[in-house]
Write a protein that binds this ligand. Structure first.
Ligand SMILES: Cc1cc2nc3c(=O)[nH]c(=O)nc-3n(C[C@H](O)[C@H](O)[C@H](O)COP(=O)(O)OP(=O)(O)OC[C@H]3O[C@@H](n4cnc5c(N)ncnc54)[C@H](O)[C@@H]3O)c2cc1C
Length: 309
């Protein structure tokens, strides 16, 4: 049987010291790594380098609000822990609660989801929307970068060889907005990789009509999560009208570049933007603006064989 060399640090300090000296592969939940390294049934996975198991490092398991009120989420927190913790922003809780199935949510970590840098990953959408930062630590110290910069491009992240992701810091929450929206389009409720997921949030100025802030991000619509402040600014400082809605719809349509099922993904995106903004303009009593069942699927069925493109 082939051996897997494995490091089991007990503290973050120990883990960073190992990372500084040895070229190790951090393993958190293992839900990506065990699949990408799997072999025939019954054979242990083969890793190209030693593995360092960081899943249970206590320093990476905390969720708390810092002195600025920002939500700080330990890199080793699982989707289930995030979904259940009301300190975490609403959009992120929605995304975490719809990742994979229950078993997966108990192992998949937020850092693993970001390091994976898949355009279909569920947590980047809310994290882009809310200007979240990622803290990267090494024995040399810490640095922070926006999640949207950390994910450089498809499957590529800004992580130096001696660094670990240690925390995700989210400065905004649903309290900063009047209306919020999150919807994942998938073929079923569990174990569905996103066909497209939209996160939106809006806040009105004291006059109740002028848009003070508007945010929109989408996954599965290009080589990485899409968000554009320039497109959002088409609505900021203006009122919601058919014209301003269409300017956002057209502006966002220009920045996304879905590869498979492009027309389905574009049409679902357009409809979800129109739905959110037209409902927000009506000032409903509920802060959460939801989709109605299946509306995004009608008229644009997923072509067979292209479900996972
Ligand atoms: C059946 C199934 C269904 C899935 N469904 C979904 C889904 O619906 N939505 C979705 O977004 N994803 C899904 N995934 C993908 C996967 O579960 C997630 O990407 C998960 O969040 C990965 O986290 P992990 O802790 O398991 O990562 P791991 O497999 O442990 O690691 C993944 C990568 O992250 C690196 N890493 C982990 N932690 C750190 C750290 N602290 N610092 C630096 N690098 C680190 C590892 O070295 C590795 O490169 C699914 C996977 C499976 C197998």
């Amino acid at each position: 049987m082939e051996e897997v060399k494995c490091y089991l640090p007990k503290t973050l300090k120990e883990a960073l010291e190992i990372k500084a000296k040895v070229d190790v592969l951090p393993l958190a939940g293992g839900s990506d790594l065990m699949v990408s390294h799997k072999r025939t049934l019954g054979l242990t996975p083969v890793f190209e380098k030693p593995v360092m198991i960081i899943r249970n490092l206590p320093e990476l398991k905390r969720i708390y609000l810092n002195e600025k009120g920002e939500c700080c989420i330990g890199a080793g927190c699982t989707s289930a822990e995030i979904a259940e913790n009301t300190l975490c922003p609403w959009h992120l809780r929605q995304a975490a609660s719809r990742m994979g199935a229950i078993g997966l949510r108990n192992s998949a970590t937020i850092a693993g989801n970001l390091a994976n840098a898949s355009p279909k990953g569920d947590t980047p959408g809310p994290l882009y929307l809310l200007d979240a930062r990622v803290r990267l630590s090494s024995v040399r110290g810490d640095r922070e970068v926006l999640v949207s910069d950390f994910i450089v491009k498809y499957r590529t992240i800004d992580l130096l060889p001696d660094e670990l992701i240690t925390q995700i810091i989210v400065p905004l929450s649903e309290d900063d907005f009047d209306y919020i929206f999150w919807h994942k389009v998938g073929t079923r409720k569990a174990n569905a990789i996103s066909k497209i997921t939209l996160s939106q949030a809006i806040r009105f100025a004291p006059d109740g009509k002028t848009v003070e802030d508007f945010r929109l991000s989408a996954t599965s619509t290009g080589s990485k999560t899409n968000r554009s402040r320039d497109v959002e600014k088409l609505l900021i400082g203006r009122e919601i009208t058919d014209e301003t809605i269409e300017s956002v719809v057209e502006g966002f349509d220009r920045i996304i570049s879905p590869r498979a099922m492009p027309e389905f993904r574009r049409e679902a995106t357009r409809r979800m933007i129109r739905r959110f903004l037209s409902e927000a303009a009506k000032k409903p009593s509920s802060k959460v603006i939801d989709t109605y069942d299946g509306y995004h699927m009608t008229g644009a069925p997923v072509p067979r064989g292209e479900e996972n493109g």
